[in-house]
Write a protein that binds this ligand. Structure first.
Ligand code: 5AD
Ligand code: SF4
Length: 438
C-alpha cells in the first residue's frame, strides 16, 4: 500500500517539476512515507527526522514532508516536536501533494490531514512510460510488476489495528477506473498486476462501483481484470478470512492468469484470542478455507500473518497457534509481537503479556515456520516452473514463480527483465530457489 502511495506522490509531483532521486543529500524535497502498524516503524520515523534536522541546518532550502499513517495520526504533534518539517500530509491527501506543498511554502497550513478528501479518490490513470521508451532511460528500469489500488480504508476494527483510524472508512474505486488503469499498464509493457486493498474481499460493499450490476463484487472485478488482454499474472492482497467467499476461492480453479498464491492472515490459532481481536471467524472456519483453496488449486502457496502475545494470550492459546502452523504448513508467514497502538481498543486491555514471554513465543513460532518453509521449498526440486525475469547479469538471472518464490539461475541466459522463462528447480534454500534453464 505504501509503495503504491509513494508512486502516486512521485507521479503527482512530476507535474510540479520534481523528479525522483536516490540521494538524500542532494534532494530538494524529502518525503518520509510512514507506517504506524507497529510501534517499531513509528520510532524509525522520529529518529530519521532527527537526522534530517542536521541536513536541513546545512541546506535550509531542503523541504521535508511526512506522509502516511504516522502523519495522519500524529499530525500537529510532529510539527510541534520537529519544527523543521515543512508539510504533514495525511493518507487521503496524497493526490494533492503538489498543491499542498505550494500552499505551505506560501504560509498556508502545514498540516493537511483532512479525511474528507477520502471520498474523492481520483480516477487516477498513472502516467506510465512505455517499455520501449523507458529502455533508453538508464535511471529508471521499467517495472514489469505493478500495484493497482482498488479500495482504501477499512471498516473492520480489529481491536489491535490502527488502520481504520489512519486510513479512514472503506471506499472502493470505480471498477471501470481500475480496469482502465490495468489496461493502460499492460499496454505499456507491464506483465504482472497486484490488486491492493486493506480487505479486498469486501470490495464494492460500501459504495457503488459498477452502475449496471448491483451484485458486482471482488470476484467480478478479478474476472474482469484477468480478461485484460496481455496480462500474464494477476495477484491481490490483503484478504480477511471473515469475508472470503466460495465464489472467490473458485477463481483459483478457472482464472488462468490468477497466480496460485494466497496471503490469508489468520493472526492467531486460538478462538478466544480471535474473538478478543474481533476477527469474526473461528480456527475451524479458517482451516476449512485452506482446505477448499487447496481443493480448487492443489499447487496454491499459502502464507499468513501472526501476532503473538496479544493481551490475554495464554500458553494454551499460543499452543493453538503452533498447532495451526502444523496443520496448514504455510509456505511463508510474517509474524509479529503484539504492540499497543494509540487509539485501538486492545491498547486499553489490562491483561498484557510480558515482553519476555512474547519474545520467546515469537522465536519459537519463527524457528518452526523456517523449518516448514524450507520443507515446502524443497517440494519444488525437480519441478519445471515459469519465472518472470526481474534482473539479468552476464552470469545469472533472477525471477519469480507464479507462487511468488524467487528463483536464481546461475548461468548466462539470453533474456531480459519482463520475459517469461521455463526453468527446472534443482536447489531449495530458506528464502529462494535455484534452477537451470529448460
Ligand atoms: N501489533 C502487532 N502486529 C500488528 N499487526 C497489525 N497491528 C498490529 C499490532 N498492533 C500485524 C497484523 C497484520 C499485519 C499487517 O501487521 O498481523 O496482518
Ligand atoms: Fe486492520 Fe483488521 Fe482492517 Fe486488516 S482487516 S486493516 S487488521 S482492522
Amino acid at each position: 500500500m505504501n509503495i503504491r502511495d509513494s508512486e502516486i506522490m512521485a507521479q503527482s509531483l512530476s507535474r510540479y517539476g520534481y523528479v525522483e532521486g536516490m540521494d538524500l543529500q542532494d534532494a530538494d524535497l524529502v518525503i518520509l512515507n510512514t507506517c504506524s502498524i507497529r510501534a517499531k516503524a513509528e520510532q524509525k520515523v522520529m529518529s530519521l527526522l532527527g537526522y534530517l534536522r542536521k541536513t536541513k541546518e546545512k541546506r535550509p532550502d531542503m523541504k521535508i514532508c511526512v506522509a502516511g499513517c504516522v502523519a495522519q495520526q500524529e499530525g500537529k504533534t510532529i510539527i510541534d516536536r520537529m519544527p523543521h518539517v515543512d508539510l504533514i500530509i495525511g493518507t487521503q491527501n496524497i493526490y494533492k501533494i503538489g498543491e499542498y506543498l505550494l500552499d505551505a511554502e506560501h504560509g498556508g497550513n502545514r498540516v493537511k490531514t483532512n479525511m474528507e478528501d477520502q471520498y474523492k479518490i481520483p480516477a487516477f490513470l498513472p502516467d506510465v512510460p512505455s517499455e520501449g521508451a523507458d529502455a533508453a532511460d538508464d535511471n529508471a528500469p521499467f517495472q514489469f510488476s505493478r500495484f493497482v489500488t482498488i479500495m482504501q480504508g477499512c471498516n473492520n476494527y480489529c481491536t489491535y489495528c490502527v488502520v481504520p483510524y489512519t486510513r479512514g472508512r472503506e471506499v472502493s474505486r470505480r471498477a471501470q477506473d481500475i480496469v482502465d488503469e490495468v489496461a493502460l499498464l499492460v499496454r505499456s509493457g507491464v506483465k504482472e498486476i497486484t490488486l491492493l486493498g486493506q480487505n479486498v474481499n469486501s470490495y464494492a460493499r460500501t459504495n457503488e462501483v459498477h452502475c449496471e450490476n448491483s451484485n458486482y463484487n471482488f470476484s467480478s472485478l478479478l474476472r474482469e481484470v484477468s480478461a485484460v488482454k496481455g496480462l500474464k499474472r494477476l495477484r491481490f492482497t490483503t484478504s480477511n478470512p471473515k469475508d472470503l467467499t466460495d465464489e472467490l476461492m473458485s477463481c483459483f480453479k478457472d482464472v488462468d492468469n490468477l497466480c496460485p498464491q494466497f496471503h490469508l492472515p489468520v493472526q492467531s490459532g486460538s478462538d478466544a484470542v480471535l474473538k478478543a481481536m474481533n476477527r469474526k471467524y473461528s480456527v475451524e472456519q479458517y482451516l476449512g478455507q485452506v482446505e477448499k483453496l487447496r481443493e480448487y488449486c492443489p499447487s496454491i502457496s499459502i502464507s499468513t500473518d501472526i501476532i503473538v502475545g496479544f493481551p490475554g494470550e495464554t500458553d494454551e492459546d499460543f499452543e493453538g497457534t503452533m498447532e495451526l502452523l502444523e496443520k496448514v504448513q504455510y509456505h511463508g508467514s510474517f509474524s509479529f509481537k503484539y504492540s499497543d497502538r494509540p487509539g485501538t481498543r486492545s491498547s486499553e486491555f489490562e491483561n498484557k503479556v510480558d515482553e519476555e514471554v512474547k519474545s520467546k513465543r515469537l522465536a519459537r513460532f519463527q524457528a518452526r515456520q523456517d523449518e516448514i518453509g524450507l520443507e515446502r521449498n524443497k517440494e519444488f526440486i525437480g519441478q519445471e516452473k515459469e519465472i518472470l525475469v526481474e534482473t539479468v547479469s552476464e552470469t545469472s538471472v533472477k525471477g519469480r514463480t507464479n507462487t511468488n518464490h524467487i528463483v536464481h539461475v546461475n548461468e548466462p541466459v539470453d533474456t531480459k527483465p519482463g520475459e517469461l522463462l521455463r526453468v527446472k528447480i534443482n536447489f531449495a534454500g530458506q528464502h529462494s530457489l535455484k534452477g537451470e534453464l529448460v
